[in-house]
Write a protein that binds this ligand. Structure first.
Ligand SMILES: Cc1cc2nc3c(=O)[nH]c(=O)nc-3n(C[C@H](O)[C@H](O)[C@H](O)COP(=O)(O)OP(=O)(O)OC[C@H]3O[C@@H](n4cnc5c(N)ncnc54)[C@H](O)[C@@H]3O)c2cc1C
Length: 258
């Protein structure tokens, strides 16, 4: 149970208080205060009102405040459409009204809807302690630096986000972000490994033209993953549906590119 909360006046102070007190950051609190997360901290540093929450379109991309709620992101017409769609995939509006973009990245859940989209879009985070890092480096490095902004470059090619989920109340079986451009491919998947992961070997073969058809992409993905079983789905089903969805996403990207 949280017994002490701190309300710092600046992001720098938040970092100092967190380190001094051994506290956790509390943004929307939907992960920190969610019993199944097992976090149960005694001390929390409140981030509400401390971090930017704007969406700014720049010539070379977008900057989005880490404090933006997922619902505000869904409702921001100036934000990239695929990111808005990924944010809308957490089905409960009451959760989206509290959950923040920075909190979703830092929670680093394998079933995040946003992480595969952010990685496919080549997103970076601005942090107080570690400067600018790619989202991929942040989550694979097990970072806990305070995220203040998310930067999205103008990307080339077509990007698709999707998921497999049994019902609106269930946790997802698969989350994915796929982008294909001339000489470039990103396949980022949630739920198939302990952290959101990229299929780099398959990406290289998509780029080289070795995987021209949906069937060959399916086979390559199928052979390169070994996902765990879920609460209600077998490992074999997850492997099959993941390969199917990635193959379809690559085809959709290729069609969008023309
Ligand atoms: C019913 C329910 C369903 C959910 N379903 C999903 C789901 O399908 N997929 C999914 O990914 N999540 C899910 N979540 C978890 C959660 O809603 C999201 O991960 C959410 O985006 C977390 O954001 P938050 O602002 O609430 O984070 P918080 O709970 O406040 O924090 C989460 C973690 O990030 C840290 N943190 C927060 N902000 C920052 C920051 N700016 N910089 C650095 N560290 C920070 C905190 O210290 C904590 O460790 C669900 C939660 C609930 C209650």
């Amino acid at each position: 149970m949280i017994e002490e909360v701190y309300r710092p006046a600046s992001p720098d102070e938040a970092v100092a208080v967190k380190e001094r007190e051994g506290a956790v950051y509390l943004a929307g609190g939907t992960q920190v205060n969610w019993a199944p997360s097992g976090m149960n901290p005694a001390k929390a540093v409140l981030l509400a009102g401390l971090l930017p929450n704007d969406v700014t379109r720049r010539e070379n991309g977008w900057e989005i405040g880490a404090g933006i709620t997922l619902q505000d992101l869904v409702d921001a017409p100036e934000a990239p459409a695929v990111l808005r769609r990924a944010a809308s995939m957490i089905p409960a509006r009451c959760v989206r009204n509290m959950a923040t973009l920075g909190g979703n990245i830092a929670a680093n859940r394998t079933d995040s809807y946003l992480l595969p989209a952010l990685i496919a879009l080549g997103a970076e985070v601005e942090t107080v302690e570690r400067g600018v890092l790619s989202v991929e480096a942040y989550i694979t490095g097990g970072e806990d630096a305070l995220i203040t902004r998310v930067r999205l470059p103008k990307t080339r090619g077509a990007c698709v986000v999707d998921r497999v989920v049994r019902s609106s109340a269930a946790l997802p079986t698969l989350t994915l972000g796929v982008r294909v451009a001339e000489g470039e491919a990103v396949i980022a998947l949630g739920c198939v490994a302990p952290k959101v992961t990229r299929l780099r070997e398959v990406e290289a073969r998509v780029v080289s033209g070795a995987l021209e058809t949906e069937t060959t992409v399916f086979r390559a993905v199928f052979d390169s993953i070994d996902p765990p079983a879920g609460l209600k789905e077998s490992a074999a089903y997850r492997r099959y549906i993941t390969a199917t969805m990635v193959a379809r996403a690559v085809t959709a990207c290729r069609k969008q590119r023309g």
